[in-house]
Design a protein around this ligand. Sequence first.
Ligand code: PHE
Length: 344
Amino acid sequence: MSDLIGKLNSLEGEVLAQIAAAKSSDALEQIRVSVLGKKGSLSEVLRGLGSVDAAERPKIGAVSNQVKAKVEEALSRAKETLGSAEINAKIAKEKIDITLPARSLHLGSLHPVTQTVRKITHILGKIGFDLTTGPEIETDFMNFEAVNIPKDHPARDMQDTFFVGPGVVLRTQTSPVQMRAMREQKAPIRILCPGAVYRADNDATHSPMFHQIEGLWVDKGVRFSDLKGTLQFFAQELFGSDVKIRLRPSYFPFVEPGCEVDVSCFKCGGRDEKCSICKGTGWLEILGAGMVHPRLFEVAGYNPNEVSGFAFGLGIERIAMLLHHIPDLRLMFQGDVRFLKQFL
Ligand code: PHE
């Protein structure tokens, strides 16, 4: 009997010394399991109880309970001191240095194409052009036939047009919106349609997807001089009040007469032979335009003897490149923030 009590007492002494020496809550937990756990050293000692006189057992039991209570108490006290020391150490390590400079916030910005669309629609909005849209997936009929581009026209060539299915294409121009607008409403019409167009072409100045803005003004008595006045106003608002425009005869199947429109170089005014924008020519081509072809009025159900109108179409990326001196069209579509950040 005294043997067991002696064992319990020395176990107590050993364990209390271990607890006092423990350096972390993990170590304390290990001690707890190794002493008080099911297979722990206390149970180990008590296994000897079987061979003890029944009368002696309660006494041993009482001593064992005392040992257990002492160990538990020592453990919980040690846990408290070690625990708070650990928390303090953690806090000290994670201290926030409020003198460090803050990370700056980056403000996003509109893409140069969007900015240019907004600029152009704002300018032409001032003289009554309303915004409209049309589908990018267009019928062959609307994209070509209805705007007077017959079946054998080179613009329909496989190399230029993306065909989506029988009779369906990705629109190669915003001009089908002219026809959609005229079929939907009666004259007077004064609309602008910005949007993506698609052509199988890809180099520094061509992209398989780019953007155009189509303008259309139809009313009684609209004349070529109205087209000229509108474009003059537009060019001066966009590039500066001292620019001039120049109209060169050209051919587009949906207008007659048709022209290409140049603006005098807003950078050098034609005075610098080495100008990086106009290359010394003094002129920059900005759009195609003309008087709406009578055949379009017929297809739309208008009487060409009653109304007349003009249309124009321009490439938005081209205008943005001119305005911001952007050397390569592909920069527009690469999503490089270093490029985009320049257009805040
Ligand atoms: N649709 C023509 C093009 O894509 C541009 C244009 C529009 C020309 C309207 C004249 C009138 O090249």
